[in-house]
Design a protein around this ligand. Structure first.
Ligand code: FAD
Length: 377
C-alpha cells in the first residue's frame, strides 16, 4: 500500500490549495479527484471568476484572512508566472441600513481599510450603467477585484505536480479508516493508500459523507450576458447590490471573450448533491432579472452562457475548518464554505495543512466544528 505524508480528497479549489501548500512544504502528497478532469463543472469551483474583497461585510474577522489570501494569490502568481488576481476596486450598493453597506463600513473601520462612501449621484457619475435610487449609497473599496477561477486551480495543481505531488483523477474515495493513532487508510474504487493525515475537501459531497452534519446544498445559477452597452463596462469594478428585500446580486466587469457575469448570492433552491437540477431553466433567469433594476442594461442584453454551481451552506454561513471528531484527529475537514470561500483558498489550504501537520495546532474559533451552530462532537 503506497504511503504518503498527506492525502487530499477532492480537487476543487480548497483541495487544490491544500495540495499546493503541501507541495511547497516539500511533503509527499497525494491528491484524489473523483472526476476525470480538474476544473470540472459539477461542484463549486468553476465559472471563470470569483470576487475578492477586503471590507468584508459578513464579519470583520475575515479581513486579516483575506489580506493574507491576497498576498498568497500574489505569491501564486509569482511562482506560476500567471495573472490570476485582477484588481478592479469594489462597490457595495444599497440603503445605508443594508447589510452590505453597514457591514463593509464596519469591517473597513475595524481594520483601517481604505474606503469611501458615495451617494447615488456620485455612483452614477463614475459608473453610469448603475441605476441606484436617491436613498441608496455605495461603499467603494480599492482593494477588491476578481480571481480567475479555473486558471487558479490549474495553476495550483500544476505547481504542486512540478514539486513532486501526485494527482489521481477519476478516482473516487469510498472509505477512510484509522486503525492506529498515527495513520489513516483510504480505500478508493481503484486502490488503497495510507497517510499520516487526510485533508477532506469534498465541497457539496460532504453532505454524502456526513449526512448528520448541518450542511445544506444550495443551487446557484450565474449568467453571462453580452450586448453593445455592456461592452462599455470593461473598466467597471466588482459589485454587490442589496435591494429593499435584502436580496444580494453581484457581478463583474465585462470581460472580453466571456461577457458580463452576474448572479444572485443565495436565494437558490435547497437541494441535494444527488438530486440537483443540473439544467438551467427559464425561472432561473427570471429570478435574476427581478433583482436587476440597478443594472437595466443587462435586461436588454442576451445571455451568452449560463451554469449551475453549488453552495454548501453551514447554519451560520461561516466555514467549517477543523479536525473530524473521529480518526484519532488525523482527518482535517474543510467544508461549509457557504458561497464565499474561494477568495480565501490559498490561506485555507495552509490552515488545513497546519492542522494536518500538528495535532496541537488550534482551530480558529469562527470556523471551529465545535462552535455552537455546528457542534460536531
Ligand atoms: C456560483 C458560485 C459563485 C461563487 N462566487 C464566489 C465569489 O465570488 N467569491 C468567493 O470567495 N467564493 C465564491 N463562491 C464560493 C466558492 O466558489 C466555494 O466556496 C469553493 O469553490 C468551494 O470549493 P471546494 O473545493 O470546497 O468544493 P468543490 O469545488 O465542489 O470541490 C470538491 C471536490 O471534491 C471532489 N470529490 C467529492 N467527493 C469525492 C470523493 N469521494 N473522492 C474524490 N473526490 C471527491 C469533487 O469532485 C470536487 O472536485 C461561489 C460559489 C458558487 C457556486
Amino acid at each position: 500500500m503506497a504511503k504518503y505524508d498527506i492525502i487530499v480528497v477532492g480537487m476543487g479549489i480548497m483541495g487544490g490549495a491544500a495540495t499546493y501548500q503541501a507541495a511547497r512544504r516539500g511533503l509527499k502528497v497525494l491528491g484524489l479527484e473523483q472526476f476525470d478532469q480538474i476544473g470540472h463543472t459539477m461542484g463549486s469551483s468553476h465559472g471563470e471568476t470569483r470576487v475578492i474583497r477586503q471590507a468584508y461585510y459578513e464579519h470583520p474577522d475575515y479581513v486579516p484572512l483575506v489580506q493574507d489570501a491576497w498576498n498568497e494569490w500574489k505569491e501564486l502568481e509569482r511562482l506560476t508566472r500567471q495573472s490570476l488576481l485582477v484588481q478592479t476596486g469594489g462597490l457595495m450598493m444599497g440603503l445605508p441600513s443594508s447589510e452590505v453597506v453597514r457591514g463593509a463600513i464596519a469591517a473597513a473601520v475595524a481594520h483601517q481599510l481604505p474606503y469611501e462612501i458615495w451617494d447615488a449621484a456620485h455612483v452614477m457619475r463614475r459608473f453610469p450603467a448603475f441605476h441606484v435610487t436617491a436613498e441608496e449609497v455605495a461603499v467603494w473599496e480599492p482593494m477588491a477585484g476578481y480571481i480567475k477561477a479555473e486558471a487558479s486551480l490549474l495553476a495550483m495543481v500544476s505547481f504542486a505536480t512540478s514539486r513532486g505531488a501526485t494527482i489521481h483523477t477519476g478516482e473516487n474515495v469510498l472509505a477512510m479508516t484509522s486503525q492506529s493513532p498515527n495513520e489513516v487508510e483510504i480505500t478508493t474504487n481503484k486502490d488503497r493508500y495510507s497517510a499520516g493525515a487526510v485533508i477532506l475537501t469534498v465541497g457539496p459531497w460532504a453532505t454524502r459523507w456526513f449526512p448528520a452534519w448541518p450542511l445544506a446544498v444550495e443551487r446557484q445559477v450565474p449568467f453571462w450576458f453580452d450586448g453593445p452597452r455592456l461592452r462599455a463596462m470593461t473598466q467597471y469594478p466588482i459589485y454587490i447590490h442589496e435591494n429593499r428585500q435584502g436580496q444580494h446580486t453581484y457581478g463583474f466587469p465585462y470581460i472580453d471573450g466571456q461577457g458580463l457575469k452576474i448572479a444572485r448570492h443565495h436565494g437558490g433552491k435547497i437541494t441535494t448533491i444527488d438530486t440537483v437540477q443540473r439544467k438551467v431553466v427559464q425561472d432561473d433567469k427570471a429570478a435574476l432579472e427581478s433583482t436587476l433594476d440597478f443594472l437595466p442594461d443587462v435586461l436588454t442584453s442576451s445571455v451568452c452562457r449560463e451554469e449551475v454551481c453549488l453552495y454548501t451552506n453551514s447554519p451560520d454561513s461561516h466555514f467549517i475548518i477543523g479536525r473530524h471528531p473521529q480518526y484519532h484527529g488525523h482527518v482535517i475537514v474543510g467544508a461549509g464554505f457557504s458561497g464565499h470561500g474561494f477568495k480565501f483558498a490559498p490561506t485555507i489550504g495552509r490552515l488545513l495543512l497546519d492542522l494536518a501537520q500538528n495535532l496541537h495546532a488550534a482551530e480558529l474559533p469562527l470556523f471551529s466544528p465545535l462552535r455552537n451552530a455546528i457542534q460536531l462532537h
